[in-house]
Design a protein around this ligand. Structure first.
Ligand SMILES: [Zn+2]
Length: 184
């Protein structure tokens, strides 16, 4: 599967990141069950800049029009992103791969948007406008998916920070262990 995805990404990188691809008609997409796929550079999504370690990274997306089990028009979003964020423990670079799947139910008026919320974490609602900016939509999904306090795994942070205070840590505990002997 990874190999297939790579091939698809390379093929479509040249055609889909055009100006026209930004505006989609969500209702039409759902009605026709058609699909938009493509690849974006992170540098094309300016709202992500504050969240990331650098401007590197690529987002692959697939947005498919569909009908929900209840007969509602839906946009099925699937995006994968290879990004780099700052580790909140050591502030060094932390690679982050996102794999986001979300269904957006299209509702007629903005007033209805909130009514369907909380049904499912992977389902949300959007007002069915005639034209939707695809970059904004993907940007929003990524912002919602980046962890609040990303960190390296426990022992993988920069060793410079940990090196200075590892020597003394063990001794207080070993003396405590000597004092607290279970009796009886
Ligand atoms: Zn770290």
């Amino acid at each position: 599967m990874p190999e297939e995805t790579e091939a698809m990404v390379i093929d479509e990188a040249h055609t889909v990141t055009s100006v026209h691809a930004r505006a989609i008609d969500p209702a039409r997409l759902a009605r026709e069950r058609s699909r938009v796929t493509g690849v974006l550079a992170v540098a094309q999504l300016p709202r992500l800049a504050d969240l990331l370690f650098g401007r590197e990274g690529v987002v692959s997306y697939e947005v498919e029009g569909a009908t929900s089990a209840k007969g509602q028009p839906v946009l099925r979003i699937h995006l994968t992103a290879d990004l780099a964020v700052s580790c909140q423990r050591c502030l060094e670079r932390l690679p982050l791969r996102l794999d986001v799947k979300r269904d957006l139910v299209l509702v007629a008026a903005a007033a209805d948007v909130d009514q369907l919320e909380d049904e499912d974490d992977d389902t949300d609602t959007i007002a069915s406008t005639g034209s939707l900016d695809l970059h904004d939509l993907l940007e929003q999904e990524i912002v919602l998916s980046v962890p609040m306090a990303p960190r390296h795994p426990e022992n993988a942070c920069g060793t410079r920070l940990g090196a200075s205070n590892t020597g003394e840590v063990a001794s207080p505990f070993s003396s405590l262990a000597g004092l607290k002997r279970p009796s009886g």
